[in-house]
Write a protein that binds this ligand. Structure first.
Ligand code: 4AD
Ligand code: MG
Length: 457
């Protein structure tokens, strides 16, 4: 007798009347007056549950089966039959049910079947994944991750795992987490952990600079991994630990990297929507409106493209007072993206005072060759630029940004030895996932969300 997952069953891999074994957990149980229990089982291999029917003549019916509650684990043996229920194709007639883990005090089970708020569930990140909602999110995250890798592989990009512990602050500003060694008794005694390295080290805010060195040898590269920012932004869009995809291409100018980011977004959206339509429709039905419509805007390349200077003019026309050189406030951004355009928005050529040191100066000497992509209800999902490849100008910028030339010696080498124009972008993976799932708060897009004040795990 073979084991089958619930996904196998709904993928028609089991013959009718075949005797099989299924492992899983109880989602819910209903007992009829006639002494039959209908147990909905999930195993997380798909969103669907399997209804298993237990009759009272089973030897452990009174002792165990009747006591099953949401969350108990079990293994059932039985025959697959066609279900009479409309919402599911198959059900299982139980021959044997073995309880693996009972819940002694079901009233204390933190995620009992009643409705819970997302905020409440965040305290139980280790259990919330048992809900249908977080199962759907996990499935979409997984497909999105592999689709991103597929696109880049097909386009002949080489993946590079850039350092997580680093001495450099790529973005040149913003707070970083320091890295210390606790593996030192003396240091522990002094309650002043000794630094494991000679210089100060941090958790990376972006792998871009080291990625650039690989782009200047392999032409098309990317990294995809955890990134850390310790700024105290207690918002629905910021995490202290998030995943970022960074893409870097040699011989590409800003125009080409904007084009690449658009066909990238189109591809990953088309493929993820197709593969996750069941999960996305479930989320749209029960949790959030317009997910599919918003995704279709990415597929149809329904973007607005605007220069920063024109966006400033537009904001003023719309009655939002802002001058050239100022950062667009959250309120202004929300207004223009969510209410005015209601579509993805690409903003290009920001003033250099607003952007990082590595962005290439435009001939106007005021702006840099930069781009940000904003999505409705998510805000900035992607940031990119053409990089400053001219040593002299880079040196001036390092000086202006108060960044020691010596520390960036190897980065400067890249401008000394066969420099070429090159460009890249970074995407916040959890923000992207919010757009694919309709999640309102980024803390529900990360399996174990970390924000400065809330480190449960
Ligand atoms: O705009 P950022 O800071 O750009 C960079 O780090 C560049 N080095 C990328 C590159 O060109 N290679 O960050 C990139 C993206 C943002 O657009 C945003 O989506 C996401 O990372 N992001 C965050 N996501 C969650 N929480 C935070 N605290 C984030 N900060 C940035
Ligand atoms: Mg940015």
């Amino acid at each position: 007798m073979k084991n089958f997952s619930i996904k196998d069953i709904y993928s028609n891999k089991v013959k009718i009347n075949e005797k099989i074994k299924v492992y899983g957990w109880v989602r819910s149980k209903r007992d009829s007056k006639k002494g039959i229990s209908f147990i909905d089982i999930f195993d997380g291999t798909c969103l669907l549950t399997l209804q298993a029917v237990a009759k009272s003549n089973l030897e452990n019916y009174e002792k165990e089966i009747i006591k099953l509650t949401s969350g108990c684990s079990l293994v059932v043996t039985g025959n697959i039959i066609f279900s009479r229920r409309q919402e599911q194709k198959y059900e299982l007639l139980i021959i044997k049910l073995k309880v693996l883990g009972l819940i002694n005090n079901p009233d204390k089970y933190p995620i009992s079947l009643k409705k819970h708020t997302f905020e409440y569930l965040r305290k139980f990140a280790h259990l919330r994944v048992r809900t249908k909602f977080f199962c759907a999110i996990s499935k979409i995250r997984n497909v999105l991750f592999s689709t991103i890798n597929n696109f880049l592989y097909k386009k002949n990009f080489t993946w590079v795992p850039t350092p997580i512990i680093t001495g450099l602050n790529t973005e040149g500003s913003g707070a970083m987490f320091s890295v210390f060694s606790s593996n030192n008794d003396k240091a522990k005694k002094l309650s002043n952990f000794k630094n494991i390295f000679k210089n100060k080290n941090f958790l990376t805010v972006s792998g871009q600079l080291t990625l650039e060195s690989y782009a200047l040898a392999l032409s098309k590269v990317y990294n995809f991994g955890p990134t850390f920012r310790s700024e105290d932004s207690n918002t629905k869009r910021h995490l202290s630990e998030f995943w970022m995809l960074e893409v870097e291409v040699a011989f590409f100018n800003l125009k080409k990297i904007v084009h690449l980011s658009k066909i990238f977004l189109k591809y990953i959206t088309e493929h993820t929507l197709e593969k996750c339509i069941f999960e996305i429709e479930f989320l749209e039905k029960y949790f959030s409106k317009n997910i599919i419509k918003n995704l279709k805007n990415l597929i149809n390349l329904d973007y607005v493209e605007i220069e920063y200077k024109d966006l400033i003019k537009l904001l003023n026309v719309l009655g939002k007072s802002i001058s050239f050189g100022e950062d667009i406030s959250l309120e202004q951004e929300k207004y223009v993206v969510n209410k005015h355009f209601c579509k993805p928005l690409i903003v290009k050529n920001f003033p250099k005072n607003l952007k990082a040191f590595y962005m290439r100066d435009n001939p106007d000497n005021v702006t840099v060759a930069s781009m940000d992509i904003f999505l409705p209800n998510i805000g900035e999902v992607l940031g990119g630029s053409q990089r400053e490849e001219r040593l002299k100008i880079l040196d001036n910028k390092l000086k202006k940004f108060n960044l020691g030339k010596d520390k960036y010696w190897w980065y400067r080498d890249l401008r000394k030895y066969g420099t070429v124009i090159h460009s890249g972008f970074g995407i916040g993976f959890e923000r992207l996932l919010c757009y694919f799932t309709g999640i309102d708060n980024i803390r529900d897009a990360s399996p174990f969300p970390k924000t400065l004040r809330k480190f449960y795990y």
